[in-house]
Write a protein that binds this ligand. Sequence first.
Ligand SMILES: [Zn+2]
Length: 482
Amino acid sequence: MIKRLLAILLLIVVVLGGILITRAFALASRQLPATPAPPLTIDRTLALQRFSRAIQFRTISFEEQNQPTDHAAFIAWVAQAYPRVHASLQREVVGRSLLYTWRGSDPSLAPQLLMGHYDVVPVEPGTESRWEQPPFSGAVANGYVWGRGTLDDKVTVIAILEAAESLLAEGWRPRRTLLFSFGEDEELGGSRGAARIAKLLAARGVKLDAVLDEGGAIMTGAIEGTTKPVALIGIAEKGLASIELSASGKGGHSSMPPPRTEVGAIAAAVDRVQNAPFRAGVRGAAAEMFRWLAPEVAFGPRIVLANLWLFEPLLALQAKESHSINAMLRTTIAPTIIGGGVKDNVIPAYARAVINFRTLPGDTIADVVAHVRRAIDDPHTRVRLFGEAWEPSPVADPSAPQFQRVQRAVRAVDPDALVAPYLLMGATDSRHFEPLTRNVYRFVPLPLREPDLDRIHGTNERVAVSGYFDAIRFYRQLMRAQ
Ligand SMILES: [Zn+2]
């Protein structure tokens, strides 16, 4: 009897193993062949000088109003630093943001929009001395260009301008109209820059073929099972909603307290929300990413990624260890503000907390509010939306020809790089353009390793000189791929 059971068990294991392996190896690679891009023939010294100069403008987005910045000076500098772009493209200054139109020869083709932002976050006071090169020096040293905004996101703006300037010098003209949008306030939400430019285009009835904004990068060592660089191209980004919890009561002397003070009520509410995570699952952009990576990775991870119907719970389990996997698989919960009370022996009449949620495509702001109410289950605690909130983006189709254009441009510059769709955890200015096209992609063509991510908004932000030149090659390639 036992022998028979063992035999049946063995048979199940063999059949299941067979299914898993067959599925894993039936997967076809989605990597497209590409002709290598020609080497860059531009004046590299000049291109480097211009990037360095761009970093020296303190185009800082301050939270406080009316701080002096170099926005106006930067705009004036762009006009004279890129004379061909200035002479040949139509330039519109929208607030302190720039919209360029490079008219194509075929007006029947919908324009392609390439975008970035030239504002930067401030350098945290007290951290200046930790920079290897001063943050607004734009110093070129040890093979890098250093400074605030090199990665986020002046490299995009400058590489697009360099690409256009060099193509103009060669007498090249686009068939499809190209638009460039350079925002002034992405770090504050983009309401003055990208949002206004998007509204302007919408008012003109413009429909876009595709949008490429900042986002993923060419990551090395970040994906298990491959040593190749992987270009992660955002096909969706998460939404954002903050919720304020508040409790009001009578307050009073702390010597004769009620069973629960307002501070206690808020602490309990925060704890309940944090202990009610949203469901994790491999959906949408994350599912696409795994589908694209599966055929490219080593045997072990390949079996897992090709058989998520079986291994999804395993991945959800891994989300407990890895914050990035967790953020990719579910709407996240981050309590960020808590307060109430002024004196140790006074029961405050009011206490509050704010919890920040990043919603997965598929979840909505209304879902978050309902989830919080359910988790707290206490009519005494008030729940309301706090500050700006927006829904997650739609998920773009990675099999669209517009995506393939980006994919080919990546591989034309680095034939070794793999391409995979990706879910962006943060927010970009691109969301303002969602009403104008289904094809919104988020990608900066720069090679990075995971520790480099700390440099974004952190100290020692820098871009490899070789990476900068490759970024110019990428945009040249993309502009020409019509
Ligand atoms: Zn940015």
